[in-house]
Design a protein around this ligand. Structure first.
Ligand code: 3NM
Length: 204
């Protein structure tokens, strides 16, 4: 998780669940990433915790694992498996998320049957080595205008302090790593982010 809490990722997840995250995505990447059975066991531990809190559990870029452990969904990037093929493999009811960086990619993701798209990096991020250049919120605004029914998750450097403009641009939600995983008090940091979300999305 690349954070001060990296030694105990399951307790970070549990605190984030207590704080009110509404979806969790397992993104096991990088040189120290778990593989094989270790990855599967860790994924299932995360999955069990999410189930206890009634929160969907999504696997990033590992369609086979997602299918094997009956995850709630899969998320793919532009360099991962083709979204059309993933939709065919996982069937119509599982959640499909796709990372996009252009209007054309957003349109293709929608046609492929994406339930949501991730757009970023909105701000500078330290969590993704191969992140694209900072995009700001303009593209989110453009895509939300063109496809108002397609949920957009802003991602990249988002915190409780700078999340407002992301919602203002039309995002349905925000995806974060460090704002939660690197927080001293994970539950409180999540509550704070949730507060901003509720403020913009008008739910109580
Ligand atoms: N994808 P943090 S940015 C996983 O732009 C990921 O598609 C991005 O981490 C994209 O909240 C990113 O710590 C990292 O900035 C998000």
């Amino acid at each position: 998780m690349g954070s001060v809490n990296a030694d105990n990722p399951l307790s970070v997840l549990e605190d984030a669940l207590k704080g009110g995250i509404t979806c969790f995505q397992l993104r096991e990447k990088g040189i120290k990433a778990l593989q094989g059975n270790e990855k599967k066991a860790f994924a299932q531990s995360c999955q069990r915790l999410c189930a206890q809190y009634g929160v969907p559990f999504i696997v990033n870029d590992d369609v086979e694992l997602a299918i094997e452990i009956k995850a709630d969904g899969v998320h793919v990037g532009q360099d991962d498996a083709c979204a059309v093929e993933v939709r065919k493999k996982i069937g119509p009811t599982k959640i499909l998320g796709v990372s996009v960086h252009t209007v054309e990619e957003a349109k293709a993701a929608k046609i492929a049957g994406a339930d949501y798209i991730g757009m970023g990096p909105v701000y500078a991020t330290v969590s993704k080595m191969d992140a694209k250049p900072v995009a700001g919120t303009k593209m989110i605004q453009e895509v939300s205008g063109l496809y108002p029914d397609l949920p957009i998750m802003g991602i990249g450097g988002i915190t409780a302090t700078n999340a407002g403009p992301v919602f203002q641009a039309g995002a349905s939600g925000i995806s974060v790593i460090s704002a939660i995983a690197a927080a001293k008090d994970v539950e409180n940091a999540t509550l704070e982010l949730k507060g901003v979300f509720l403020q913009w999305k008008g739910k109580s």
